[in-house]
Design a protein around this ligand. Structure first.
Ligand SMILES: Cc1ncc(COP(=O)(O)O)c(C=O)c1O
Length: 366
């Protein structure tokens, strides 16, 4: 058997007709930049999230950068986030001259340790970037309260959390701006790069719309200097075709997760779904001390796994000059040594799920 971590081809083939015709529509119209396809997807995506405004972006990193610009974060401002995330979460802090500050996570969910968050806030702290890692949103009521009490701008990195919920609300409800990635492997992914920012705040939405497209008010009138961070029309049309299927795909991911939950050996630790959270399983993550041996064993059986992420950001070579040291964020460091993401995608068959479970069981017995 050959089981990839994510099967993009199977996903495309399941709706090939719709995708091909969406692409053809864009080609026939020749409206490649902004225009009706981008507008339609922005409206539909915002509606899907139940958030007032959606702004298409070139990718998730651009969306995060725009969010920090819209928040007015500047040189010397501290921005707090977690070390166990993709580097885009912190790159955008550096883009605006901000100072990266980390708070460790809790081992059960790999999400921010809210009990440590308040202690990390100083007079210089101006914003939070809360990561909905693996497709799960942390306790947003507590974080919103802290943000309000300390006057902090609250950005949500929802790159992995399309359709996820906390307390029945999707990304962007509790935060000031939520940023999504539509990188191909994401739960809602396009066929290239894409992203979006969503917000319920009209003034922030207006700022984001200016910034994303050269500060334009009309074709050649620019209120401010902005960026060329637009989502392109081909990707928007593809995303719009896929968006209709996202609820069904999310249900399938959750069903597969329930199968793994109940069939994986009970001795295997795993990232759990928290109370009040609706986890959408961008990744299904287990924890094993002999992680590298397990991955090798599964690879030989044709099962592809991943590690999200093998080196926490505070220990990355890119951040050596920031002076962090090993041991500072022990939970993130321990997770990095033990986590394995096992195959998870809507089209994963019952037979494939069983094979993954049996193979892990066999590894534990040998
Ligand atoms: C947590 C997180 N933040 C940000 C990003 C950046 O998104 P993109 O690759 O679309 O720029 C990603 C995607 O890879 C991500 O997983």
């Amino acid at each position: 058997m050959n089981i990839p971590l994510v099967d993009l081809k199977a996903n495309y083939l399941s709706i090939k007709g719709e995708i091909d015709s969406a692409i053809q529509d864009v080609l026939n119209s020749s409206q490649f930049i902004m225009g009706p396809f981008v507008k339609r997807f922005e409206e539909n995506f915002a509606k899907f999230c139940n958030i007032r405004h959606g702004i298409g972006c070139a990718n998730g990193t651009a969306a995060l950068h725009l969010a920090l610009l819209a928040a007015g974060i500047k040189k010397g401002d501290e921005v707090i986030t977690v070390p166990n995330t993709f580097i885009a979460t912190t790159e955008c802090i550096s883009y605006v001259g901000g100072t990266i500050k980390f708070v460790d996570v809790v081992p059960e969910t790999a999400l921010i340790d809210i009990s440590k968050l308040e202690r990390a806030i100083t007079r210089k702290t101006k914003a939070l970037i809360i990561v909905d890692l693996y497709g799960q949103i942390p306790n947003m009521e507590q974080i919103r309260k802290l943000a309000d009490a300390h006057g902090l701008f609250f950005i949500e990195d929802a790159a992995q959390a399309h359709a996820a919920e906390w307390n029945g609300q999707q990304p962007g409800f509790y935060s000031d701006i939520a940023c999504f990635s539509f990188f191909p492997a994401k739960n809602l992914g396009c066929y290239g790069d894409g992203g979006a920012a969503v917000t319920n705040d009209d003034a922030l939405a207006e700022k984001l719309r200016l910034l994303v497209n050269h500060g334009r008010t009309t074709k050649y009138e620019h209120r401010i200097e902005g960026y060329n961070y637009r989502l392109d029309a081909l990707q928007a049309a593809i995303l719009d075709a896929k968006l209709k299927h996202l609820p069904k795909w999310t249900d399938l991911r959750r069903q597969h997760a329930r199968f793994y939950d109940s069939h994986l050996p009970s001795t295997i630790d795993r990232i759990v779904e928290a109370k009040k959270a609706k986890h959408v399983y961008y990744m299904y993550v287990i924890r094993v001390k002999s992680r590298d041996a397990l991955m090798k064993f599964l690879k030989e059986k044709g099962i592809e796994c991943g590690i999200h992420y093998p080196l926490p950001l505070h220990l990355q070579p890119a951040y050596t000059s920031l002076g962090f040291s090993k041991g500072e964020f022990p939970v993130s460091e321990r997770l990095a040594e033990e986590i394995v993401s096992i195959p998870m995608y809507p089209e994963l068959t019952a037979e494939q799920q069983q094979f993954v479970v049996d193979s892990i069981q066999e590894f534990l017995q040998t």
